[in-house]
Design a protein around this ligand. Structure first.
Ligand code: G6Q
Length: 549
């Protein structure tokens, strides 16, 4: 295996460490004051998307160093490797080709000498054919009724993408359609959906890359039984389809391969909403809109592959991520969309970022000493301003933050959207500027407080500021801009993984969870698993068994 110097041992890393120290006394508000061109300097555009990254603890020199780091870690070459189907997922010996799913040029992409594009195009055509037939009512349920309730059964990567995208695109839903998601093994997830729907008008999509995931298979079996009890075994063919890479298991489950939509092992679960895993999206918002989402992602892909590193949106966002995480020791990242329809985006990005880059072994098979994935969290603004934003402003940890801002709302009611916009812009400014004790005292004085009150309150009312944020503006959240946004984050995560020298495309930690539950299940069902547990786990198993009797 070709070994390189570990990234934290390189000269440029050391230089960045030293450079970071020089920021101890640097205030962003001063940087803005000194350079009236700062906003312009640190801003990137792609079509209708603008990324303002000027509210960061950076100078031109910082960006120069960070770009040198990117160059030295061969980011451009690694991007090319991904786009050309190299097997960059080395622990699973797989290519990583979610970009092929939205390769709208249809130019060939080869894996093991085989062009993958014809298969991808064939599945897209099958999705179009099927989704149009369901939407038009030509593909009907067993009793001849139109299928208007779509239920996606899947978990993790087979759930979060479609769920997030369908919420984001609610304005594009067919009027007569509804969509539900069953992911959790908790019977409540199943029960709550089944209570709402009518078997005659329901289409279940069993989405599972492996078709072995216990949650999905258990939920699918329950739903299948519910349907068969209501409409009989013959109804299954008209009410169940599968999305998977595993034809054998799909057949074993009792779904006709004719009703299976295929995808491939070069598509990671958390990168799969562009594949047939997005079937629920195509059904509910239509295939044209689904393809617009692919178009938006493709625009970002082209930019990512072709733009110079210094003008490359995902690359710049990744470098800033590394800058804070590894040099300032800021180990969290917030994503705050100011759009109700994007409320599930933080949860989606949490998986994307933390599952991809939550790794502690490098590609060179060494334990890593530097920080990798941050803890990512978030929620829709303005709601979150009334909860964890207290900590964002005055907590002892600094949380770098991405604000996502659509200039136009789908619901321009009264002045709601202007108030929303004013809020997000004010938050970014306040986090950056802060409020000195002196400024707080002056405000208190103006508000008529006594000198004693001012003396007591001024520190509590001050904000240290200098807290970084990116502001990502899109014109409107539509299928195209959603595609751009998600692809932007996918590539950001990839570049961070390249810098950290990790495999962003495996998920041993998630697989561990899948095995562990299976080892305890027999014990809860009163048969021995043959596995020795610690005393805490044994006691908990016994307690729960007692409570259930
Ligand atoms: C995604 C993850 C994980 C996966 C689920 C579901 O990258 O590996 O979230 O998507 O565990 O797996 P299946 O699709 O195989 O059921």
């Amino acid at each position: 295996m070709f070994m390189r110097k570990e990234v934290d041992k390189t000269r440029i890393w050391k230089k960045l460490e030293k450079h970071c120290k020089s920021f101890r006394k640097v205030e962003m508000r001063d940087l803005f004051q000194k350079n009236p061109q700062r906003a312009e300097k640190f801003r990137l555009n792609l079509e209708n998307m603008t990324v303002d990254y000027s509210k960061n603890r950076i100078t031109e020199r910082t960006m120069k160093y960070l770009l040198t780091l990117a160059k030295e870690r061969h980011v451009a070459e690694k991007i090319e490797e991904m786009f050309t189907g190299e097997k960059i997922n080395i622990t699973e010996n797989r290519a990583v080709l979610h970009i092929a799913l939205r390769n709208r040029s249809k130019d060939p992409i080869y894996v093991d000498g085989k062009n993958v594009m014809p298969e991808i195009e064939a599945v897209l055509a099958k999705m179009r054919h099927f989704s149009e037939a369901v939407r038009l009512g030509t593909f009907k349920g067993h009793t001849g009724k139109k299928l208007t309730n779509i239920v996606n059964i899947g978990i993790g990567g087979s759930d979060l993408g479609p769920k997030m995208a369908l919420e984001a695109l609610k304005k594009y839903w067919a009027k007569d359609m509804n969509v539900y998601f069953i992911s959790n093994i908790d019977g409540t997830a199943c029960a709550e959906v089944l209570n709402k729907i009518d078997p005659e008008t329901t289409l279940f999509i069993v989405s599972s890359k492996t078709f072995t995931t216990i949650e999905t298979l258990t939920n699918a079996k329950t739903c299948r039984k519910w349907l068969v009890d209501a409409l009989g075994e013959h109804a299954v063919a008209k009410h169940f389809v599968a999305v998977s890479t595993n034809k054998k298991e799909v057949e074993k489950f009792g779904i006709d391969p004719e009703n299976m939509f295929e995808f491939w092992d070069f598509v990671g679960g958390r990168y799969s909403m562009w594949s047939a895993i997005g079937l629920s999206i195509a059904l509910v918002v239509g295939m044209d809109n689904f393809e617009k989402m692919l178009d938006g992602a493709y625009a970002m892909d082209k930019h990512f592959r072709n733009a110079p590193l210094a003008e490359n949106i995902p690359v710049i966002l990744a470098l800033l991520g590394v800058w804070y995480n590894d040099f300032f020791g800021m180990k969290t990242q917030a994503v705050i969309p100011y759009d109700q329809y994007l409320q599930y985006l933080p949860a989606y990005l949490q998986q994307l970022d933390m599952e991809s880059n939550g790794k502690f072994v490098s590609l060179d098979n060494k334990y890593i000493k530097y920080a990798t994935a941050p803890v990512l969290f978030g929620g829709a603004g303005t709601d979150v301003q009334h909860s964890f934003f207290q900590m964002m402003h005055q907590g002892t940890s600094v949380v770098p933050c991405d604000f996502i801002v659509p200039a136009i709302s789908h619901n321009e009611i009264g002045n709601h959207h202007e108030i929303l916009l004013a809020n997000v812009l004010a938050q970014g400014e306040a986090l950056m500027r802060g409020k000195t004790v002196k400024e707080a005292a002056a405000e208190l004085k103006k508000a008529g407080k006594t000198p004693e009150e001012i003396k007591f309150l001024k520190k509590f009312k001050s904000f240290e500021g200098n807290r970084p944020s990116n502001t990502i503006v899109v014109k409107k959240v539509d299928p195209y801009s959603l595609g751009m946004l998600v692809a932007m984050y996918e590539h950001k995560v990839f570049v961070e993984g390249v810098i950290w020298n990790i495999n962003s495309f495996d998920q041993m930690g998630v697989e561990l969870g899948k095995q562990m539950a299976l080892s305890i299940l027999p014990e809860l069902q009163n048969s021995a698993s043959g596995i020795l547990h610690d005393s805490s786990t044994n006691a908990l198993i016994n307690l729960i068994k007692k409570l259930r009797n």
